[in-house]
Unconditional design. Structure first.
Length: 233
């Protein structure tokens, strides 16, 4: 599979948030590193078909981002994902599964399987307001996986997580890249340097690094610092 992005641009009034981005992404973990305001969220929203580009195109194996077939194979965890605090984790998944058109038996099976996958099976019947930040983000991944996506877009999922939760989240993501195109944005080098198969770096709306990534490399922090001067961890 290939996600093909051609000359994608988003122009706000006097700000070009994404500036002529072209990419070809395939199965595996694709890390998208960039500082605040680099354009990661704007790019991802266009890749999800929820923000209309000023120019350019996005397709998955030739299927345009605007088509229903594209949406059917897309999973998305937005940066500002809203949870329903009074829902239980399980009910939340069942609710979203219904919205996505899964049959009730399929939804039940899938929700149980996903709660297991994200290590929330034992708290599935507890209300979301009792969850930690890390638990909420794992539930966020579970909802993004309800439709068995071939393309999974995850926007800064580790923001606000403590180091332990971050490690847990990282290993969860690492297990998903086998036959899925995973695109994960972050401004934290350690989120992606040991799990990414491909690395992208974004600055001021442009892609400034786009190459296969060797997980044994240890110079990502340095590359990032050279570009952004600090802020990485
Ligand atoms: N709706 C909008 N109107 C005007 N400017 C916008 C809008 N959305 C984003 N921008 C600007 O576009 C640039 C890119 O923003 P974006 O949110 O895509 O960056 P980001 O890399 O996701 O940052 P962060 O790490 O803070 O989430 C920023 O300068 C931002 O202020
Ligand atoms: Mg963002």
């Amino acid at each position: 599979m290939e996600l093909t992005v051609r000359e994608l641009t988003k122009q706000y009034k006097d700000k070009r948030a994404v500036d002529g981005v072209s990419l070809r992404l395939t199965e595996g973990i694709n890390g998208l590193l960039g500082a605040n305001g680099a354009g990661k969220t704007t790019l991802m929203r266009m890749l999800c078909g929820i923000l209309k580009p000023t120019a350019g195109s996005v397709s998955l194996d030739g299927v345009d981002v605007s088509s229903e077939d594209y949406r059917a194979v897309l999973g998305y965890l937005p940066q500002d994902f809203g949870y329903y605090p009074d829902f239980t984790g399980l009910d939340f998944l069942l609710y979203l599964a219904a919205l996505k058109g899964l049959s009730r038996p399929h939804a039940k099976r899938k929700a149980a399987e996903l709660l297991e996958l994200v290590s929330l099976a034992d708290v599935g019947k507890k209300r979301i307001k009792t969850y930690s930040g890390g638990m909420k983000q794992r539930l966020g991944i579970a909802q993004a996986l309800l439709n068995d996506p071939r393309l999974l877009i995850v926007d800064e999922p580790t923001a606000g997580l403590d180091p332990k939760e971050r490690v847990k989240f990282r290993s969860l993501i690492a297990g998903l890249g086998q036959d899925t195109i995973v695109l994960l944005s972050t401004h934290i080098v350690s989120d992606v340097e040991k799990i990414a198969d491909h690395m992208l770096m974004m600055s001021d709306g442009r892609i400034i690094l786009d190459e296969p990534w060797d997980k044994s490399r240890t110079d990502l922090e340095q590359l990032y610092m050279e570009e952004f001067g600090g802020d990485g961890e």
